[in-house]
Design a protein around this ligand. Structure first.
Ligand code: C2E
Ligand code: CA
Ligand code: CA
Length: 719
C-alpha cells in the first residue's frame, strides 16, 4: 500500500533527492535504476536535474554527478534551446498534466539522436508543483527506428496522398519501393501492396533496363541531388506510356546518413501525341504503314552498336526488290500497284519474327533486319520463306496478281560502322540476284563489293569523260567483196581513259547504256563520223564513200533522233545515202513498239539501216519486211567458223540467201582469213569487213586506205 502511495505521488523519490529516500522508495529507485534503455530523470521545479538513472547515463553519456543540479537544457540542441523548447515542454506538461514530444536530443559527445520524451509534473500533497519527471525513449534502436520511420512516412503519406495525377513514390538506397501514393497507382496501374519492397525498375521498359537507365538515374540523383527522367515506361499489364519526372535525393538525416530517394513522375503521353504523330510520319511509310528508311537505318545503327559490344552477335539485312514491278505499274495502274505493295508489306511481316524489322525503303524496295541471327543459313531461310509466300497470288479487286522478288543478303557484324555500308552491300547482292535471272537471293561477298565499286567508279568516270571529250573514233574499212575495194567505213567508238588507256566499247557501252550516258556519246560519234566522211569524200573526190554509225536502242527511243540525223547531214553537206545506221537485231526485236515509228522515219529520210549481228537474235523474220532495212550484217560468230563448222557455213549461206530473197544486201563481219573471204565470195555476199582487210584504225591511217584494194600487202594498188 505504501509502495503504491509512494509510486503514485513519487514525491519523495524525486523531489527530496537521493539523500531522503526511504525504504519503500528505495525499491522504486532500484527499479528505475535498472531500466537501462529508458532514460528517466527528475527535475526541480525550475528545471534543474535532480535524479539521473543508469538508462539516462547510457543514453546521454553523462554520469550522475556531472548533471545533477544543472539546467536540463544541456540535453537539447542549440536550435531547440534558441527556440525555447525546454521551457515550452515544461509549461505544456503543467498545462496538460503530461506532454509527449518527438525531437532531437544531444549526447555528451555532441551526437544527436531522435527520441520521444514524456514529461510529467510532480506535485506535493497540497498540489503544489515540486518538479518534473522526464522519460526519454531513444528511438535509434532497431524497432523504434522503423517505428519512427513508419510514423514519418505516415505523415508524408498523408501529405501526398491527395495527389492523383502525379506518381510519387519513395525508395530506399537500394531502389526498393517504400511508399507509393495513389497518383502512382493511377499512373503505373500497380496497387501499393503489389510494389512495396520491389525494385522501382519494374516501371521501366526492358530496353531502358538493359541500357541501365534506372541505375544511372539513382547514381545521378545520389551525385547531383536530383536526376531528370523522360522516356517510355511500362504500366501494369505492359502498356507503354511516355513520362516525364524527376528523382530527388532525400536530405540525409542528422547523422549525415543517406535516407533514400523520392521520385515524382507524370504521364505526358497525351502531350507528346502531337510530337508522336510527327515522329510517326518521319519514321513510317504512309502507304504500307511499315517503318521507312530512316527508321530502318536507326534500327541498323543499334544492331551495329550491339555487334560492336558483343562481337559474336550477328544480324542480317535482306534487301528486297520486286521483279518487273514497273510492268505491273504500267499495265494495271498505280492504284493496283499500290495494293500490291501493301500486300507485299503484310506478307513480309508474316515471314519474320516480331523482333525483326520490316521496312519499305521506297518504290518497290523493301528491307528486313533480322536482329538476332543464329547462323548464316537462317537469313537464307527467311529469304526462301519470302519467295514462297510471294508466289501465292494476291487478289486485287478480282485480279490475281503475284510477283517474285530479287533479294540480296548481307550479314552484319562488328566490321560495319554505318547503316549505309551494310545496306549498300545487301543492295549490291540484290543486283547480283537480278543479274542471275531474278526471283532468287544472293549472299553478299567481298568480290561483289569490289565489282560494285569498280562499276561505280566507271559510272562517275563516264559522266566526266563526256565533258572532257575523252572519246575518239576508229574506222574500219568496209569493202565490196567482188574487188575488195574500200567502199566505206564503220565508225567504232573508243574511250581514251586518263588512267586505264584506250578502252574498247565492250568495257563501257553497257554501263553507258544503263546510266543514259550513251546518248551524248552516240550523238558525238554521229557528228564526228559525218564530219570525217565528208572530209574524205572531198579529199578523194569519191562521193559514194559511206559511213556506218552504230546506234543504241536508247538513241532510237529519243524523239530528237531524227532532227539530230538531219543536222549531222546538213552541217556536213552530206547526202542521206552517205550515212548508214546500224542497229542490232535484238534491239529491233525487243524494242519493236517503242522504236518502230522512228525507224520508219529514218528510212523515209533516205538513210539506210543495217541490221547488226544478224543471226544472234530471236528467229522471227516477220519484222524484216516491216522495216525499211537495206543490209543484213552476218554475225562474226558464223563467219569465223564458216570453213571449219558445216553448221555455221549453212547459217551463213542461209542468211545471205535470205537477204537476197528479201531484196536486201549482205555484209559479212569479222573476215579474218583468205579462206573465209573466198567462201563468202562464193556465196555471193556483197560486202565485208574484218581484220583480213584492216583492223579499225585511227582516221589518219584510215584515209590512206581509201581507194585501195585491201589488204594492202596483197600488192593490189589503188585505182
Ligand atoms: P559491232 O558493231 O558488231 O562492231 C564490230 C566489232 O567487231 C568491233 O569491235 C570490231 O573491232 C570487231 N571486229 C571487226 N573485224 C573483226 C575481225 O576480223 N575479228 C574480230 N575478232 N573482231 C573484229 P569493237 O570496236 O570492240 O566494238 C564492239 C561493239 O561495240 C560494236 O560491235 C558495237 O556494237 C559497239 N559499238 C562500237 N562503237 C559504238 C558506238 O559508237 N555506239 C554504239 N552504240 N555502239 C558502238
Ligand atoms: Ca556495228
Ligand atoms: Ca556486228
Amino acid at each position: 500500500m505504501e509502495r503504491f502511495a509512494a509510486k503514485n505521488t513519487g514525491a519523495h523519490v524525486t523531489y527530496s533527492g537521493p539523500a531522503s529516500v526511504g525504504q519503500p522508495l528505495d525499491q522504486y529507485q532500484r527499479l528505475i535504476e535498472s531500466l537501462t534503455n529508458h532514460a528517466i530523470f527528475s527535475l526541480s521545479a525550475d528545471g534543474r536535474i535532480a535524479t539521473w538513472n543508469s538508462g539516462a547515463k547510457q543514453t546521454f553519456g553523462y554520469d550522475e554527478h556531472e548533471v545533477v543540479g544543472k539546467n536540463y537544457s544541456l540535453i537539447f540542441t542549440a536550435e531547440d534551446i534558441a527556440s525555447g523548447r525546454p521551457g515550452k515542454e515544461l509549461r505544456a506538461a503543467l498545462e496538460h498534466g503530461k506532454e509527449s514530444v518527438d525531437g532531437w536530443h544531444v549526447r555528451k559527445d555532441g551526437t544527436r539522436f531522435w527520441c520521444t520524451d514524456t514529461v510529467q509534473p510532480l506535485r506535493d500533497a497540497g498540489g503544489t508543483v515540486t518538479g518534473f519527471t522526464k522519460i526519454v525513449q531513444d528511438s535509434n534502436d532497431g524497432h523504434l527506428a522503423s517505428e519512427r520511420l513508419r510514423e514519418s512516412e505516415e505523415r508524408l503519406r498523408l501529405l501526398i496522398e491527395g495527389v492523383t495525377d502525379y506518381a510519387i513514390f519513395s525508395i530506399d538506397l537500394d531502389g526498393c519501393i517504400l511508399l507509393w501514393n495513389s497518383g502512382a497507382e493511377h499512373v503505373f496501374g500497380y496497387r501499393e501492396a503489389e510494389v512495396l519492397g520491389k525494385h522501382f525498375s519494374l516501371v521501366y521498359t526492358a530496353e531502358s533496363i538493359a541500357r541501365g537507365v534506372p541505375a544511372a538515374e539513382l547514381a545521378a540523383a545520389e551525385r547531383d541531388g536530383h536526376a531528370p527522367d523522360e522516356g517510355w515506361h511500362v504500366r501494369r499489364g505492359g502498356d507503354l506510356f511516355y513520362a516525364s519526372g524527376e528523382m530527388t535525393r532525400l536530405k540525409p538525416d542528422v547523422d549525415g546518413k543517406p535516407r533514400g530517394f523520392v521520385k515524382v513522375a507524370h504521364d505526358i503521353t497525351a502531350r507528346n501525341e502531337a510530337e508522336e504523330t510527327n515522329k510517326r510520319q518521319a519514321f513510317h511509310d504512309e502507304l504500307t504503314q511499315l517503318p521507312n528508311r530512316a527508321f530502318f537505318s536507326d534500327s541498323l545503327r543499334r544492331s551495329i552498336a550491339r555487334a560492336k559490344r558483343h562481337p559474336t552477335s550477328r544480324f542480317a539485312v535482306i534487301f528486297i526488290d520486286l521483279d518487273r514491278f514497273k510492268i505491273i505499274n504500267d499495265s494495271l495502274g498505280h492504284v493496283m500497284a499500290d495494293g500490291l505493295l501493301v500486300h507485299v508489306a503484310r506478307t513480309l511481316e508474316r515471314c519474320v519474327r516480331p523482333e525483326d524489322v520490316v521496312a519499305r525503303l521506297g518504290g518497290d524496295e523493301f528491307a528486313i533486319l533480322i536482329s538476332e541471327l543464329r547462323g548464316t543459313v537462317d537469313a537464307g531461310l527467311v529469304a526462301e520463306r519470302v519467295q514462297a509466300a510471294l508466289q501465292h497470288p494476291f487478289d486485287l479487286d478480282g485480279f490475281e496478281v503475284f510477283t517474285t522478288a530479287s533479294m540480296g543478303i548481307a550479314i552484319g557484324s562488328s566490321t560495319y560502322d554505318k547503316p549505309e555500308q551494310i545496306l549498300r552491300d545487301a543492295d549490291t547482292a540484290m543486283y547480283e540476284a537480278k543479274e542471275r535471272g531474278r526471283a532468287q537471293h544472293v549472299l553478299f561477298d567481298f568480290d561483289m563489293h569490289a565489282r560494285a565499286v569498280g562499276l561505280l567508279n566507271l559510272q562517275m568516270d563516264l559522266r566526266r569523260a563526256i565533258a572532257r571529250q575523252e572519246f575518239c573514233v576508229e574506222y574500219q574499212p568496209i569493202v565490196s567483196l567482188d574487188h575488195c575495194r574500200v567502199v566505206g567505213f564503220e565508225a567504232l567508238v573508243r574511250w581514251n581513259h586518263p588512267e586505264r588507256g584506250m578502252l574498247p566499247p565492250a568495257e563501257f557501252i553497257d554501263e553507258a547504256e544503263s546510266i543514259g550516258a550513251i546518248i551524248p556519246i552516240d550523238r558525238w560519234v554521229l557528228h564526228e563520223a559525218c564530219r570525217q566522211i565528208h572530209a574524205w569524200q572531198v579529199q578523194s573526190g569519191d562521193l559514194t564513200l559511206t559511213m556506218s554509225v552504230n546506234l543504241s536502242s536508247k538513241q532510237f527511243a529519243q524523239e530528237t533522233l531524227l532532227a539530230e540525223i538531219r543536222a549531222a547531214l546538213q552541217n556536213n553537206d552530206l547526202t542521206p545515202a552517205s550515212l548508214k545506221l546500224e542497229i542490232t537485231e535484238t534491239v529491233l526485236m525487243e524494242k519493236f513498239e517503242t522504236i518502230a515509228a522512228t525507224v520508219a522515219q529514218v528510212g523515209e529520210l533516205g538513210v539506210e539501216l543495217y541490221i547488226d549481228d544478224f543471226g544472234t537474235g530471236y528467229s522471227s523474220l516477220g519484222y524484216l519486211t516491216r522495216f525499211p532495212l537495206k543490209v543484213l550484217k552476218v554475225d562474226r560468230s558464223f563467219v569465223s567458223q564458216i570453213t571449219s563448222n558445216p553448221r555455221s557455213a549453212v547459217v551463213a549461206r542461209t542468211v545471205v540467201a535470205l537477204a537476197h530473197s528479201l531484196g536486201l544486201g549482205a555484209l559479212a563481219e569479222g573476215i579474218e582469213t583468205e579462206q573465209q573471204l573466198s567462201k563468202l565470195q562464193d556465196l555471193g555476199c556483197e560486202l565485208g569487213q574484218g581484220f583480213w582487210f584492216s583492223k579499225p584504225v585511227h582516221a589518219d591511217i584510215a584515209q590512206h586506205l581509201i581507194g585501195h584494194v585491201l589488204p594492202l600487202h596483197a600488192d593490189a594498188p589503188a585505182a
